[in-house]
Each structure stands twice: as C-alpha cells, then as structure tokens.
Design a protein around this ligand. Sequence first.
Ligand code: 2U9
Length: 333
Amino acid sequence: MTAQTIELESQLDAIRQEAQAAIADTETLDQLEQLRVKYLGKKGPIPQVLGGMGKLDPADRPRIGARANEVKEAIQGDLDRKRTALQSAQIQARLESEAIDVTMPGVFRPQGRVHPLNGTIDQVLDIFVGMGYTVAEGPEMETDYYNFEALNFLPDHPARDMQDTLYLPDGNLLRTHTSTVQIRYMENNDPPIRIAVPGRVYRRDTVDATHSAVFNQIEILAIDEGLTFTDLKGTIKVFLQEMFGDLPIRFRPSFFPFTEPSAEVDVKWKGRWLEILGCGMVDPNVLKAVGYDPEIYTGFAAGFGVERLAMVMHQIDDIRRLYSSDLRFLNQF
Ligand code: 2U9
C-alpha cells in the first residue's frame, strides 16, 4: 500500500468523522438537508477524493472505491437515522404542546334562568293554551281608534282619564292595554275566537312601589254563539285554580267601557282578599265596531297586570325590583 493510498483512506475517514459529528449536532430538518447536500452532493468531498485515484497504484483503487462507498453509506445511514429522530421529536413536541389536561377545572359560566315576569307570562299562557286559546300579539304604537274608539271609550268619557298615555307627534299613541290586538284580530278573523294576548303597555302614571308607566298585561278574549257569564266564571275559576290552587274566589261588580256587565275577581289567600283580575261580557258596541252581529255572537274577556300577579305569587314588595336586573333579587327565582 502506498503512502497516497493511506492518505486517501485517512481523508475518507476524516470526512466520515466530520459528517458524523455535524449530523449529531443538527437540530432541524432544514440543517440536515443542508448537510446531505454538503457531504453527499455532486460537489461534495467524496467525489473530490475519488478524483485523486488516478495517482494510485491500480491494485489499490478497488480498495479506495469500496472504502468511499462504505463512507457514503455510513453518512447516508446517519442522515436517515437523524431524520427519523428529528421527525419523531417534532411530532412529540406537537403532541405535548397540543395536549389537553382533562383534569383542569373548566371555565365557569353561571347558569341563566327565566325572569320572574317571563316565568309568570309562560305559566299563564300555558294554562290558556291548555284550554284551547291561541296566543296573539300586536304593535305597541297604536291609533286612537284601536286603543279607545273601537273599545267603546267615547271621545270625552272620563274613562279615558284613567288611561292617559304618551302621545307621539304624528297623533299616534303608546297603547294603554293589549285590547288593541283583540280588535285587530277580530277584524281579520271570523268567530269562534279564543285568544290570549300578552304584551307591554304604557300609562301616564307616577312610578312608585305598585305603579310603573310601562308594564305587562295578559288579556283573553272568547267570542262564539251562546257564550254566557257562566262560561266566563268557569274559565276564570279553572285559570285561578291552576295558578293558585283551590283557594276561595269572589266576583265583585265593576266598570270597564269594553265589557258589560264587568267584574273584578279576588282570591282569598292567608286570610286576605287579593285583587287579581278584571273581566266581563264583551260590550255589544265593541262587537259592532268589528262587524260582528251582537244578536248572534256573545263573548267574554279578562285582563290582568303581569307584574301585579308576579308580585302576589312571589310576595315581591316593590314593582321596581322586577326591572332592576339585580342578580341578588333575580337569583331567588
Ligand atoms: C276586547 C273586549 C274586551 C279586556 C279586559 C279587563 C277587564 C281588566 C285591567 C286589569 C288590571 C288591566 O292591567 S290592568 O290595568 N283589565 O280589568 N280587561 S276585561 O277586555 C276586552 C278586551 C278586548 C275586544
């Protein structure tokens, strides 16, 4: 073996060692690819060494060729192993960074609940829907005709004073009761009719513990052939029984422009009579206003304030609590 052969062999060993160390130090797949090009590319050190083979004793050439191949394969083997190692480290790092700790406490989201006013509305409507009524709704801005005239409020009748309201610049007004919806419904539907109407209403009222200038009502209306005051009493009795249980009730005579006769209904609870609702037989003038023949059709209606009902049922002392959004109050329901 000549000194030149020994020199080339040691050059190949040096390349192998340098490449091995460089590959071991690599931290990324990009760097690794650069090393592959550097050590195994066409312009790499091995072809250069092989270029010097011409000066060798021909008998030594196969030995150097074989050695060059060994070094190439060893470097290729190092590159492959390193690539696999870097790839699995990458996957492992991703798995770790994206891991979910199922034992960590969740984000606390407080449970919402139904507002006592909406709860009361739902309860009432459920009872009437159970008796075959349909829920109807309508606009809060109204005309004098739907709010007063069609409901038999004469132009200068003192009953209008009790329901003074907010008038808009264009002559419209904010409805003082949901009865406007029954008029609209009757204009568009033929009897028999059974509807329950929930909604917001407005009055010119000074706010105190029991009054609000904006409040909610529910009214019912039934029109058919042959309906009598007995049907009204039976309907009210069933409703109050479902709402309050089997407590004593009483009807007291009253006056509303849109019903004749009219009554107010009280429930006896803990030794006291609580005023709950107003009702009556629909005035023939109201039936005429919507084009129903009062000789054929009769009907009854009832109405109450939702806030007042909720206050009685939940023993709430001030109507303003229902509008305050105070969670210390609302969380009790
Ligand atoms: C039509 C005909 C008749 C609805 C009725 C009452 C009696 C009543 C008040 C109770 C307290 C309203 O919230 S409150 O101020 N309502 O007492 N409402 S009869 O009668 C009607 C409705 C529509 C077409």
